[in-house]
Design a protein around this ligand. Structure first.
Ligand SMILES: [Zn+2]
Ligand SMILES: [Zn+2]
Length: 350
């Protein structure tokens, strides 16, 4: 089969490798679509993904495909089923798994991170990681269910309530999903901070009440317009991962605010935090890691077309294009890129 293999840090090659075979409890998928995530770029540059990466490995953890072979003992899936894959595989035995917080698993494995992923014609995954795609859901929907599931976990951590004033920092793919989810949960007004005018426009069309350039007021990166800063926000969702935007997130928090740091920061990044403000404002600062217990809900949401996700995809790539794009990915102005295998581009079901 053809696969995009990360052979070493910074070395991604499209090459022919042996076809994989499903073991007991696993299924073999013919991959239809596989989203490209900021984490793939981080892994390519040598950072860990949701778990440490040891090349060579096939990247790709946002995948959907068709079951073409089932391993021994698989009851719940058949050849021909169309599925979305939850890439994270929990050990089920560590104290976090046993406490119902599997995302903190001490032995986390993940498709496209610790084992071969979806940037290949074929991919073996545990049957238990598959969620059947309902009729009408496209291959793209199936792939995008993964980042949506991660956003849903973030939103569940944030626990927004109707009528809460929300600030979303960054209107890339994740920010634009967060705007829609906040809207669904009844938060409002929803204010977006984003330097790119096209993304601001998109945020407004997807339910944001106002959108502004982060430097509209100050050049220090915080730059929340004064009109919004009198009270601060009840909810702040950081979707960029840069030091200055993380800082802006904390600075924009009002009394009693909950701040979700969703963007993935560089491990060495630091921000200022005044403990007195945490005390006096009763601030809650939240992290969100992967997608525990939310993948089924994400598939249900895309199937019901409750969110506009496909409109957020700016680039559909062939395998060759992915190999060319990844080294310069962040400079290409990509909102969301998805690798679509040629057969799936012509498949009428997706
Ligand atoms: Zn991802
Ligand atoms: Zn575990």
């Amino acid at each position: 089969m053809q696969a995009l293999v990360l052979e070493d840090v910074g070395v991604l090659r499209l090459k022919t490798v042996a076809d994989p075979a499903p073991g007991p409890g696993e299924v073999l998928l013919r991959v239809a679509a596989c989203g490209i995530c900021g984490t793939d770029v981080h892994i390519f540059q040598g950072s860990p993904g949701s778990a440490p990466v040891a090349p060579p490995v096939v990247l790709g953890h946002e995948l959907a495909g068709e079951v073409i072979e089932v391993g021994a003992g698989v009851q719940e899936l058949r050849v021909g089923d169309r599925v979305a894959v939850d890439p994270n595989i929990y050990c089920g035995r560590c104290r976090f798994c046993r406490d119902g917080r599997p995302q903190m698993c001490e032995h986390l494995q993940a498709v496209g991170v610790t084992r071969n992923g979806g940037m290949a014609e074929l991919c073996v995954v545990p049957a238990a990681s598959c969620h059947r795609l309902p009729e009408g859901a496209s291959w793209l929907d199936g792939a995008l269910a993964e980042p949506l599931a991660c956003c849903l976990h973030g939103i569940e951590r944030l626990a927004p309530r109707a009528g809460q004033r929300a600030l979303v920092i960054g209107a890339g793919f994740i920010g634009l999903v967060m705007v829609q989810l906040l809207r669904m949960y009844g938060a409002g007004p929803i204010v977006v901070s984003e330097p790119d005018p096209k993304k601001r426009e998109m945020a407004l069309s997807l339910g944001a009440d106002s959108a502004f350039h982060p430097y509209a007021v100050s050049r220090d990166g915080a730059g929340v317009p004064a009109a919004h800063m009198d009270e601060g926000f009840d909810l702040v969702v950081e979707c960029v991962g840069r030091q200055e935007t993380m800082q802006a997130a904390v600075d924009a928090a009002g009394r009693g605010a909950r701040v979700l740091m969703f963007g993935v920061a560089h491990p060495a990044a630091e921000i200022r935090l005044h403990p007195y403000e945490v005390f006096a404002k009763e601030l809650t600062i939240l992290g969100s890691f992967i997608n525990p217990h939310t993948h089924r809900a994400a598939v249900a949401l895309v199937a019901q077309q409750r969110l506009r996700l496909q409109a957020l995809v700016s680039h559909r790539f062939t395998p060759t294009q992915v190999a060319e794009a990844l080294p310069q990915y962040s400079q290409l102005g990509i909102r969301k890129g998805v690798l679509v295998w040629p057969w799936a581009a012509e498949d009428k079901r997706g």
